[in-house]
Design a binder for this molecule. Structure first.
Ligand SMILES: [Zn+2]
Length: 694
């Protein structure tokens, strides 16, 4: 769950790393190879045996899907996102490996050493579990469940993440100029609370395999089989209790469900058996009198758990959290066992991600604004920034025009929407000021130590925002990232240089394809400001109702139409005694609304652009009209293959729909599609009744 409320266009993490995000050490010697070039529009990907009016996704992507099976190290393989991410990673790897062998500046030395430490698996194997021993020793000394806060704080202080909640500083939802402390639920190792609590054969089996996995990990750590089994049972018991006390992802999407301001004293009364004062002192946060408690019920339940669980159960849980968090960076036996469960079993990944990729991603996560500085010099010329400025302006103009024509909205609400639109800030490419990494110490022979120091560095950076003015120039994604986001409290749209490349953005292709690619991405992010979450915030990023009561009701009817439509889509089919997995239309509502709005306003922007150039939407290039090329460019962003396990996991955890439904769900709500392909009213992609919000 993303508590920064950042709404990215694609949740990339689902396709890349197995297990926790701090992934790295594994034993392989695969060598990077230069990536294939990616066509912005690939006419050979089209499967002409499919009727575009029946299933546009399989028409636009059919041949690509057949010809591009999922590589062994991936669980989701998407024509645009994955191929471009592979390319960006390769280029970043070249910088990192050069910096690791022959650094030219102190900053290159720092990220070169970070990368080199990650690559040195011989040393990882040689060290065994020694780097974790101090944490294990500290946990073993716990003798009273009322000292749980002290142990969590002590571990956090040293960069060993054992906390079963999240603590951070973020903007106040009702006064975005303030930065306040916030606590929320956490502490689960499986991908979602459903994995612990849903009663089904599939989840029963996953739970059984998970307990076996935890047992094996404890055994590898040197515990006797009996002891390990007992410890695993305790871990499962505590995590299940935390899962039961957790709010669902769908409910957490709504800001009113995660905004509860408490005084520190009242918060401490919620969980008197967990000494938060000790924890706050250990993580060295500044002084504060009140904070946001996103999930109060969770903390009440934590208190009950502290009162009822024996101290030995807590020791097992903390030992597990440390072991699990660092597992991908431990010796081969731990890495393999971790991959076997979190990669293979849970997601259907056949082989681990090659080590050079993991280490490149790990370095990007830790030092992204250091490694990104050279990367943007080589990959994002000033001319690209100027073209993006033009595109964003074209989309803003189109959205303004779209708002004016909305049939269901009163003039007062239209005016308020236009005001919010005018206040959206655009951030393109990379930060104006780079982050200062001088406080992060990196040692070339200490992988686990680097991860710990990075954890502390990132936390200090975040907690350091407490009470300070908001810096509008900070970024939530690193420059080479293939993604984009909108943030409610900032009311800004952000496009890292990583996505401003072909096939999304191609200076050498006709505007129709660019508008279908990056144009829809820009429109998608802008529409987030007006989706079922975003519309609750005003132009300053404060929770405040700006729609009239009647318009709010009409808006909710229209978003419900979208929610119901997508709930009808299947993410994975039924087979044997495993039932079909449908999408959750309420979990994916914001993203689907953004897709629908993005497709509509990018099309309007294309019409304006063509008109200014004296061209028509019916002009043909390579046998397709501009309108058809626009929709094909859009659909081909989403061509993908995904393992069934990963598709089922995404349906529960990912607020984005899979490629097939991002494509078909959007075009069937936009009549210009049916017209462009000469469909008959009533065909699946050109239905009599469709949904429209924006
Ligand atoms: Zn989005």
């Amino acid at each position: 769950m993303n508590f920064l409320r950042i709404a990215p266009i694609l949740l990339l993490a689902a396709g890349i790393a197995a297990g926790p995000s701090r992934t790295a050490a594994q034993q392989d010697d695969s060598q990077p190879t230069p990536p294939q070039s990616i066509k912005s529009l690939d006419l050979s990907a089209i499967d002409k045996s499919v009727d575009p009016c029946t299933d546009f996704y399989h028409y636009a992507c059919g041949n690509w899907i057949k010809d591009n099976p999922i590589p062994a190290d991936q669980v989701r393989w998407a024509r645009s996102f994955s191929l471009l991410a592979e390319r960006n990673r390769y280029l970043l790897w070249k910088d990192l490996s050069a910096a690791a062998t022959d650094p030219k500046t102190p900053l290159e030395k720092k990220y070169g050493d970070y990368y080199a430490a990650c690559m040195n698996t011989d040393l990882v194997n040689q060290k065994g579990l020694a780097p974790l021993e101090p944490a294990f020793k500290q946990i073993a000394e716990l003798n009273d469940a009322h000292r749980v806060a002290a142990i969590v704080g002590d571990l956090a202080e040293k960069g060993d993440p054992a906390a079963f909640f999240r603590f951070s500083v973020q903007q106040d939802e009702k006064d975005s100029s303030k930065q306040i402390a916030s606590v929320s639920q956490g502490g689960l190792s499986l991908p979602d609370r459903d994995y612990y609590i849903v009663d089904s054969k599939r989840f029963d089996n996953i739970r059984k395999l998970y307990v076996e996995h935890v047992t094996k990990m404890f055994t590898l750590a040197g515990d006797s089989p009996d002891e390990a089994a007992k410890e695993a049972a305790a871990v499962m018991q505590i995590e299940t209790a935390l899962a039961k006390a957790s709010t669902s992802r769908t409910d957490l999407r709504q800001p009113e469900n995660r905004y509860h301001i408490y005084t520190v004293a009242d918060f401490e009364r919620l969980a008197p058996d967990f000494d938060f004062a000790v924890y706050f002192k250990d993580v060295k946060v500044g002084q504060f009198d009140s904070l946001n408690v996103a999930t109060p019920n969770f903390f009440k339940a934590v208190n009950d758990l502290i009162a009822t669980e024996p101290v030995d159960a807590w020791k097992s849980y903390f030992r597990w959290r440390v072991l699990h968090t660092f597992a991908p960076n431990l010796p081969k036996a731990f890495f393999d066992e971790n991959f076997d469960f979190f990669g293979k079993t849970l997601q259907g990944q056949k082989e681990p991600t090659p080590r050079w990729k993991e280490c490149t991603m790990m370095t990007d996560r830790a030092l992204g604004e250091a490694v990104g500085q050279d990367w943007v010099k080589q990959n994002f010329p000033p001319s690209a920034k100027a073209s993006m400025d033009q595109l964003v302006a074209a989309l803003e103009k189109a959205m303004g025009e779209d708002i004016k024509t909305l049939p269901w909205m009163s003039d007062a609400t239209k005016q308020a929407a236009e005001e919010k639109l005018a206040m959206i800030r655009n951030k393109i490419g990379y930060p104006e000021h780079w982050r200062d990494y001088s406080a992060l110490k990196v040692e070339r022979d200490d992988l686990i130590g680097n991860l710990r120091r990075d954890d502390i560095f990132q936390r200090n950076w975040n907690l350091g925002h407490l009470g300070k003015p908001v810096d509008e120039k900070e970024w939530g994604m690193t420059p080479p990232t293939v993604n984009a986001y909108y943030e409610d409290s900032m009311n800004d749209i952000n496009f890292p240089a990583g996505i401003l490349q072909p096939p999304f953005f191609d200076p050498d292709i006709d505007p129709a394809v660019n508008f279908g690619g990056i144009g829809v991405v820009i429109g998608h992010e802008m529409t987030h400001g007006f989706d079922d979450q975003g519309a609750k915030y005003d132009g300053k990023g404060n929770l405040r109702q700006w729609q009239t009561e009647d318009d709010k009701k009409a808006f909710e009817e229209r978003t419900s139409c979208v929610a119901d439509e997508y709930s009808g889509f299947e993410a994975a089919p039924a087979h044997g005694d495993v039932p079909a997995q449908h999408l959750n239309g309420r979990l994916t509502l914001g993203e689907n609304t953004a897709d629908n709005g993005g497709l509509r306003i990018a099309y309007l922007a294309l019409l304006n652009t063509l008109a200014a150039e004296g061209k028509s939407i019916d002009d043909k290039i390579d046998g397709y009209t501009e309108a058809q090329r626009y929709f094909l460019g859009f659909a081909q962003v989403w061509c993908q293959n995904q393992t069934e396990q990963s598709a089922r996991q995404s349906a529960l955890t990912d607020p984005h729909s899979p490629g097939q439904w991002r494509t078909n769900g959007s075009v069937e709500n936009f009549d210009e599609f049916g017209k462009a392909f000469g469909c008959k009213k009533g065909q699946p992609m050109y239905p009599e009744n469709s949904c429209r919000v924006w």
